[in-house]
Ligand binder design. Structure first.
Ligand code: ADP
Length: 398
């Protein structure tokens, strides 16, 4: 069985065709710069299958056109999606609001509701709904499943999910902590339990998903009890371009004193803040190079990043009491030993000790990086949201 997994962003579509059991990927690729005018010869679709890369260049007007090109490239690469095709299509959907908290078979009504939740995720949900509609036209007979980024955090305890604002205003506008990256946190937590050789229900763990977006979660017995992202993916850790936590008073202060309207402030906090706002670069590799070359702005950005990360680790250690595993995942978490070392420095009194050799030995496999006698085990586990979505979709249709 093969499942096509689609992750539609506002101007991009990432996709994979894979076998949910083995995880083996038959083809994958990305459409970028949707809706932009591009110079002649600009590659906008890159498709990988059977060790070969096929490309398409030229402007892509919208998601529907992007997917039509993807289907052509699939056919050229030897996979006719409209013929034997995938058994199901799994879509990553960012915001499920209060409505969706498990993988959901897509109907007209479900797509409408995803659209209606757009007020909570204005950049993401409209793109997700557009991608779903386009695939439903291309593959009308194939079941489609939505997997929600917020779902894993649906059951957060009230104390963790409630903002201390006027309760009536919050209720009227759906304001609570929803959490994001849930598919990744859930997948990684299951893998960590496996590495511990214990049942998920027996372990307490902290998962640190550190990519361009970044989030932390505290998980007790397989259920999330706290997470760093909130109503939107802006809250919490310092990210590539997002500020993470800040004094909400900054927003009215900017509106009054910097003459910025709400869209300008939104843009500042989501696109021009975080590592980029502090150092000029959002990519962690570029940041690390600047830190090493002695750039003081990059150093400060790095220090703020680590300081915030340690605060969350500290908070979740207290939330959970006994912690069996702390796991690093996503682009930065999987590839940056210094972040892992600095995040967990001097925590031996808390039962957490990294092994410097294990931490710095490159690998793409799930692995422990703590010392054998560290009471809390520390792991690096590559995340695989596509596989988790494919498995969820396959499970729902069989
Ligand atoms: P997202 O899915 O949120 O876009 P990723 O999980 O792909 O993000 O992570 C992107 C981040 O990971 C970037 O800051 C990038 O620099 C960093 N990253 C990716 N690979 C490496 C690597 N080999 N070494 C250091 N950093 C890396």
């Amino acid at each position: 069985m093969q499942v096509l997994v689609i992750n539609s962003g506002s101007s991009s579509i990432k996709y994979q065709l894979l076998e949910p059991d083995s995880g083996s990927v038959a083809a994958s690729g990305q459409v970028s710069r949707i809706g932009e005018s591009v110079a002649d010869g600009t590659v906008t679709v890159e498709h990988h299958s059977d060790g070969k890369t096929l490309t398409h260049d030229g402007a892509i007007a919208d998601h529907a056109e992007g997917l039509r090109v993807v289907f052509e490239l699939f056919a050229r690469g030897g996979h006719d999606l409209s013929g034997a095709g995938p058994a199901a299509v799994g879509h990553r959907v960012v915001h499920g609001g209060e409505v969706f908290y498990e993988p959901t078979l897509i109907t007209d009504e479900v797509v409408r509701t995803i659209d209606e939740l757009s007020a909570l995720a204005p950049l993401h949900n409209p793109a997700n709904a557009t991608g779903i509609r386009a695939i439903r036209e291309l593959l009308p007979d194939v079941p489609q499943v939505a997997v929600f980024d917020t779902a894993f955090f649906h059951g957060l305890p009230d104390a963790a999910k409630t903002y201390a604002i006027d309760a009536k205003v919050a209720a009227r506008h759906g304001i609570r902590r929803y959490g994001f990256h849930g598919t990744s946190h859930e997948y990684v937590a299951a893998q960590a339990a496996r590495l511990l050789g214990r049942d998920l229900t027996e372990v307490n763990q902290i998962v640190l998903h550190l990519g361009n977006g970044a989030s932390a979660s505290a998980i007790r017995a397989g259920r999330a009890v706290d997470t760093s992202m909130g109503l939107t993916p802006l809250e919490g850790l310092v990210m590539g371009t997002r500020s993470g936590d800040l004094d909400p008073g900054i927003i009215p202060h900017l509106a009054r004193t910097a003459d910025m309207d709400i869209d300008a402030i939104d843009h500042l906090l989501n696109r021009d803040s975080g590592l980029k706002g502090l150092s000029g670069v959002n990519d962690f590799r570029a940041l690390a190079e600047r830190v090493d070359s002695g750039d003081p702005a990059a150093r400060l950005a790095y220090d703020v990043y680590i300081h915030r990360l340690r605060h969350y680790i500290g908070a979740y250690l207290i939330d959970l009491g006994e912690v069996h595993a702390i796991t690093f995942t996503a682009g930065v978490g999987e590839n940056t030993p210094r972040v892992r070392a600095d995040a967990l420095a001097a925590l031996t009194p808390f039962g957490i000790t990294l092994d410097p050799t294990r931490n710095t030995t490159p690998s793409h496999s799930p692995r422990p990086i703590s010392t054998p006698d560290s009471r809390t085990k520390v792991f690096v586990i590559p995340t695989n949201e596509e596989l988790a979505i494919a498995r969820a979709a396959a499970h729902l249709i069989t």
